[in-house]
Design a protein around this ligand. Structure first.
Ligand SMILES: [Zn+2]
Length: 327
């Protein structure tokens, strides 16, 4: 693990400097989002892709139209920077979207809707909507990506859905109040993929592994029975096991699952410390958010914010159903 990773608030991308104003002033927010979306290509029409477009202005004052409209000469339709993004149909001012994107991308353990409510003056319901949309923007469709490779650590954790009464600690966790399992795979030095699953069974975890980890990989897990007694680790080139019950956390040859466990530590601290309680229904959204931040850990806060904003494009509900994360 790289020590102090991501702790330095660097501003290599220069984007952090523009964010405070974009979070205060609506015009600055619109211009910030426009430059993030169209910066290099110019403000092309989101409907037909034409670049022959112009900014609409108020006839009397000559100032930019109050709704920040553009008009496309190709299809002669009007549009704004919101069109075709997760914030298209939202009545929430864009400066609050900028703020929520920024906070959600720069705080290691996430930002709660309550905090967004306090700092923007939005209602709790609006703030929650905002954050869920941002989580949806951050979500990846792993099925369309190359499989994880090299050393891949796999583990599961139980989070959310806090039991209302104490369950006996022996035997399987069953019943409606049980916590929800999350299975995570981390390529060492690379990306994480996490999945909310109904049950930690050999069939479920085996499917997640086979769909996301290349067969040439060196799989590393703890000594949980599903990995050591079943068939699920067999397809992989190598399988290294550390036995936590014997206080074995790392072997001299580099076998350990400490990377995936530190990712879980972050997720758990976020869920219990920032969000306090996350229902099973919404857990996959938070998991997607933590995956996003982990996978973008090597870039600075501003670049990470810009990345999430870019990912908000093409995720409008009306046009495309989400693959992994419901809106
Ligand atoms: Zn057009």
């Amino acid at each position: 693990m790289a020590k102090g990773q991501g702790k330095v608030a660097s501003n290599k991308s220069g984007i952090v400097a523009a964010l405070p104003r974009a979070c205060q002033d609506e015009t600055a927010a619109v211009e910030f989002l426009e430059s993030q979306r169209w910066g290099e290509t110019g403000p092309c029409c989101p409907r037909c892709g034409d670049t022959d477009v112009y900014q609409m202005r108020d006839r009397a004052t000559g100032e930019r139209s109050r709704r920040y409209l553009w008009r496309c000469k190709g299809c002669s339709k009007q549009y704004t920077v919101r069109v075709g993004t997760v914030y298209e149909d939202s009545p929430i001012p864009l400066r609050h979207w900028c703020y929520a994107f920024w906070k959600g991308c720069s705080s290691k353990k996430g930002v709660s809707a309550l905090q967004i409510k306090r700092e923007t003056g939005l209602s709790y319901k609006s703030a929650l909507f905002l954050m869920h949309r941002i989580r949806w923007a951050m979500a990846e469709d792993y099925s369309s990506q190359a499989k994880l490779d090299g050393i891949v650590e796999a583990d599961e954790a139980y989070v959310g859905g806090k039991p209302r009464y104490k369950q006996p600690r022996t035997g399987p966790r069953t019943g409606p109040d049980k916590k929800t399992p999350v299975v995570s795979l981390v390529q060492r030095g690379g990306n994480i993929r996490s999945f909310v699953t109904a049950d930690v069974t050999a069939a479920n975890v085996g499917r997640i592994l086979s769909e996301n980890v290349s067969k040439e990989s060196h799989l590393m897990t703890d000594s949980a029975a599903i990995y050591t007694t079943g068939f699920i680790a067999r397809p992989f080139a190598k399988h290294g096991v550390t036995d936590h019950s014997k206080r074995e956390y790392a072997k001299p040859d580099g076998t350990h699952s400490n990377t995936v466990e530190s990712a879980f530590a972050l997720l758990k601290r976020g869920i219990y410390g920032t969000f306090h309680n996350v229902s099973r229904k919404h857990l996959h959204r938070y998991v997607a958010e933590f995956d996003f931040r982990w996978n973008a850990r090597k870039i600075d806060d501003g670049a990470r914010t810009a990345l999430a904003i870019r990912k908000a494009e093409g995720k409008r509900l009306r046009y495309r159903e989400p693959v992994q994360v419901a809106p």
